[in-house]
Design a protein around this ligand. Structure first.
Ligand code: FES
Length: 267
């Protein structure tokens, strides 16, 4: 087997692990900690199968949206029931989880973050990686990362469903207009989710790719410019929206479980 990385023939033999003297490990450590926390949190939440809907305030957590299973608690199925009841060991949020985990898991930013923070491949520039072999993303399972653009279509659909949930959150206790702190949290999360989704690299390619002349497609050029501006901050939106999803879910869980009441501004 041909040696790769720092062991490749022709590379200078240096005893030190890296010649970098700055805090290169800080960024992957912080990113990795957030990712691990989210993975553990999402896994626990998905298998809880409860505290995802506040009937009093009409809040549905994005992790369980859309709730289209007959096992969903009354009121939470805005879009009706697409499936019968599932056995208790199957998460109600299974479909949402597959689409959203697929979208984030194949995202170019999270790939970079995962390679650096979790697999140390490599952890930073000019820092050697522990792996001896490099096969890129050409083999199973990493070749599945190429499905990203299809998960993007799913994320757009689920993003629209989240907007519908956000509109429901403007209902008061008597069914009329009302909103509370939960509504504000839900909408901040929605804005961050849409920034993250629309700044996607696949989105940029879909709106502006495969063209020879932008001058002949002024509208697509406009979209491409818009997405390109968002795309510059894609990594920031990826991490911020991850945190807002957790905050939104945790808040709705707390209100739904009765740990504290929603702070109401109207009604
Ligand atoms: Fe990150 Fe598409 S590249 S969501």
């Amino acid at each position: 087997m041909t040696q790769a990385g720092v062991s490749a023939p022709g590379r200078a033999r240096i005893a030190e692990k890296t010649l970098r003297t700055d805090n290169w490990w800080r960024s992957p450590l912080i990113t990795g900690s957030v990712l691990v926390f989210f993975i553990v949190y999402a896994t626990v939440r998905i298998f809880m199968n409860k505290w995802y809907w506040s009937d009093q305030n009409h809040y549905l957590t994005p992790i369980y949206s859309p709730c289209v299973n007959e096992s969903c608690v009354p009121g939470s199925s805005h879009l009706g029931h697409w499936f019968g009841s599932w056995p208790v060991f199957i998460p109600i949020a299974l479909i949402t989880f597959v689409v959203l985990a697929g979208f984030r898991g194949t995202c170019y930013y999270y790939r970079k973050a995962g390679y650096r923070s979790l697999f140390m491949a490599p952890a930073a520039c000019a820092v050697p990686e522990p792996h001896k072999k490099y096969t890129g993303e050409s083999k199973f399972p990493l070749v599945l990362l190429n499905l990203h653009r299809y998960f993007f279509y799913g994320a757009i659909l689920f993003g629209l469903l989240n907007v519908w949930d956000g509109i429901q959150a403007f209902r008061g206790e008597d069914g009329g207009f009302g909103f509370g702190l939960g509504t504000v949290i839900i909408w901040v999360n929605l804005v961050m989710l849409w920034f993250y989704t629309l700044s996607c690299h696949a989105c940029r390619h879909i709106v502006g790719g495969k063209l020879k002349h932008f001058s002949k497609h002024p509208l697509r050029y406009r979209y491409w410019n818009f997405v390109s501006k968002l795309n510059v901050n894609h990594g920031r939106y990826a991490m911020t929206s991850l945190i807002t999803v957790i905050v939104t879910d945790a808040y709705i869980m707390a209100v739904s479980a009765g740990w504290f009441a929603d702070l109401r501004f109207v009604n």
